[in-house]
Design a protein around this ligand. Structure first.
Ligand code: FVH
Length: 308
């Protein structure tokens, strides 16, 4: 299992004894991810109370020793640590608003996907109600929870993190990102942005090759090592973004711009939608118009948004 770590730039959290393996924990939300989290806590020996809007989802966990609660308030009363994993922020707000001051003295660990602004708002509201708030970004699918590659990014109340880190380690590695409650969501969304960008390219490639009867799975034999080789260049591009030195002798924006119409023309010729790639063409054109023809692709980051 990956250990405890901080992401670059975050202050390491002072070591603490952590909570004992039997510490009671409540899990609110038993979808695919919430159920995996509750199962991991049971596996680590915790006393786990669970609640889900549709009560039937508690059945398999109850069979493993979890205690189903009839209401969110009953679930929250059972433990000092509340793990929340619902579909989206509006559901979290609905459940937490319904609890009111019942979170006083408790730690809320919200592992629902959300925005930095939503995390800051939830942190403020929880503090007003007398609770402590940690936001988390789960870097795993449910099947990975408690396995060697899963980890969760955390931000918010540093004391709460130090107190409960050992318990949270049941899910996988724990990575501290800082006291700004929104920081974990920012990292989470940035990592998922990289994933979606890569996967959208993969899906477009599948759409293209299958127009000629090539099996997508078979094509993966070529695609996976190619994408992997390109990913090895990411730190070099990162350095260019950090330093503002974008000149390249590898693949200039001018070279990319010259090749790009071949993609959109081929997509059209083969009956594949170019809608994913057209914004990329527009961005390349703008970069060239602004005088960056000799720079590498890393220059596009500057066109996408400001540095702080
Ligand atoms: N599944 C994944 O691969 C990703 C991995 C990374 C993290 N995400 C995020 O985790 C959150 C939960 O995702 P999930 O996979 O558990 O999602 P579902 O299986 O669809 O379960 C959704 C649960 O939310 C409950 N719920 C929805 N709306 C409400 C509401 N208004 N009030 C109370 N509960 C609500 C739902 O209840 P029910 O439909 O069973 O009654 C489920 O418990 C999510 O943020 C991912 O982005 C997962």
């Amino acid at each position: 299992m990956p250990g405890e770590a901080s992401v670059p730039g975050a202050t390491p959290v002072t070591a603490s004894g952590g909570s004992p393996a039997t510490a009671p924990v409540t899990v609110l939300g038993l979808g695919m991810m919430g159920s995996a989290l509750a199962a991991a806590l049971l596996g680590a020996g915790h006393h786990v109370t669970v609640w889900n809007r549709s009560p039937a989802k508690a059945g398999p966990l109850a069979a493993r020793g979890a205690v189903p609660a009839a209401t969110p308030a009953d679930a929250v009363a059972a433990s000092p640590l509340l793990v929340v994993c619902l579909l989206a922020d509006d559901a979290v707000r609905e459940v937490l608003d319904g609890l009111g001051d019942a979170v006083a003295g408790k730690t809320v660990v919200n592992l629902t996907n959300g925005t930095p602004a939503q995390a800051r708002e939830l942190s403020a509201v929880t503090a007003e109600r007398g609770g402590r708030y940690l936001d988390g970004g789960i870097m795993a699918v449910p099947q990975m929870i408690a396995g060697p590659d899963a980890y969760v990014l955390y931000s918010g109340d540093e004391g709460a993190y130090a107190t409960h880190r050992a318990t949270l380690a049941a899910f996988g590695g724990t990575r501290w990102t800082g006291t700004d409650p929104g920081r974990a969501a920012l990292y989470d969304l940035a990592l998922l942005t990289g994933m979606y960008g890569m996967l959208l390219g993969v899906l477009q490639a599948f759409a293209l090759v299958r127009t000629e009867g090539i099996q997508a799975e078979e094509f993966s034999d070529l695609l996976v090592p190619w994408v992997g080789a390109m990913l090895a260049d990411v730190p070099v591009m990162g350095r260019a973004v950090d330093t503002g030195r974008h000149r390249t002798d590898v693949s200039s924006l001018a070279v990319n711009q010259a090749a790009f119409p071949n993609f959109t023309a081929t997509f059209r010729d083969q009956g594949v939608s170019p809608e994913l790639f057209e914004p990329f063409q527009a961005l390349l054109d703008r970069a060239i118009d602004e005088g960056h023809a000799a720079d590498g692709l890393s220059r596009l980051t500057d066109l996408l948004g400001p540095r702080n």
